[in-house]
Ligand binder design. Sequence first.
Ligand SMILES: *Cc1c(COP(=O)(O)O)cnc(C)c1O
Length: 392
Amino acid sequence: MSSLAKNYSRRKIAFKRGNGSFLYATNGKKYLDFVQGIAVNSLGHANPHLIRAINKQAKKVWHVSNAFIIPEGERLAKRLTQKTFAENVIFQNSGTEATEAAIKVARRYFYSKGKPYKNRILCIKNSFHGRTIAAIFASGSKKMTEGFGPKVPGFDHIEFRKFKPRFPNIRSKIKKNTAAIMVETIMGEAGIKPIPDKCLKYLRKICNEKKILLILDEVQCGIGRSGDFFAFEGSKIKPDIVPIAKGIGGGFPLGAVLMTKKVAKSMSPGSHGSTFGGNPLAMSIGNAVLDQIFKKGFLKSIKKISKYFFNELNKVKNDYPKLIKEVRGIGLLIGLQLFNDQKKFIQKLENNKLLTIRAAENVVRILPPLNVKKSEINLAVKIIRKVCKECK
Ligand SMILES: *Cc1c(COP(=O)(O)O)cnc(C)c1O
């Protein structure tokens, strides 16, 4: 009997080691891992460059307080700002901490401008920003908030619809006390639903007009996952605040909130902090991840292999039009939407040694490492095809 609480329904499988796209289970089987810790292991398992980085840093210093200068963190922040819209960074340890910090920064910005009443955040109903008390009420999903009242005030909700208008009545939802709009650029847990570039532009326009901030949660879709460093880049807009996590740590817990100087100015000494956030060990690994992501041609290679993968998956969809409703997503954040419940399908994929994970709306989420090989994509497609045949 497990001594762990039962807040997860775990699949009956455990692993002893991993290598790149593969995981070796205690049952002796070798699995193609297209979960990768849910878009966390951006460079696959046991990446030699990351292993070198963690070992090297482990021999030097693991942790010092943020009361001191941390050179590895200075370097990581510098690199994150040089390549992006951001001018300042606060490090955290996880995605939900990063989104919480984003909310704090937005509120503090208006507080520092003498408008403390501007503190409400407008979010998409049933989106996902993590599991802390504030983040669950930001999402507003019944499943996540049930039993965790009282409701945290300060969040309003809009719908995101598949058809136009995508954001009905959004203007009427922005009140005098609204501080920011916070959305995932690609809604992950909600079923791999990208917000189209046009709509991102529209959100930016409204935020400018109403003089409020735009927070784009890139915890799942950022750091190369979309084929761009950030998923919003295709839209050419600039957000004000961007929480990141998952992929930036390559498997090590690491989160951050990126922001413009304008909003960062309000975060004066003592206004926010974290014991572990920005520790030298995490910072070294973050830097090692960026070494690879920023390598010339790497993002391009993601776009290329993504195109190939989508092509292949669409062929499968065309062969099984009664089973697969849609292949959606961007880059290597891929959703296979089925007409029916996806649980059995995911189990069958696992039986055939391909690991995937669910998302809302009957979606099978497919998340290869960003350095996935074409042969591994081919293997995945072969298994998916086989399972489609079995399910017919
Ligand atoms: C995973 C995720 C989070 C929460 O990250 P944790 O590290 O689990 O706290 C927040 N936002 C988005 C978009 C996510 O996908």
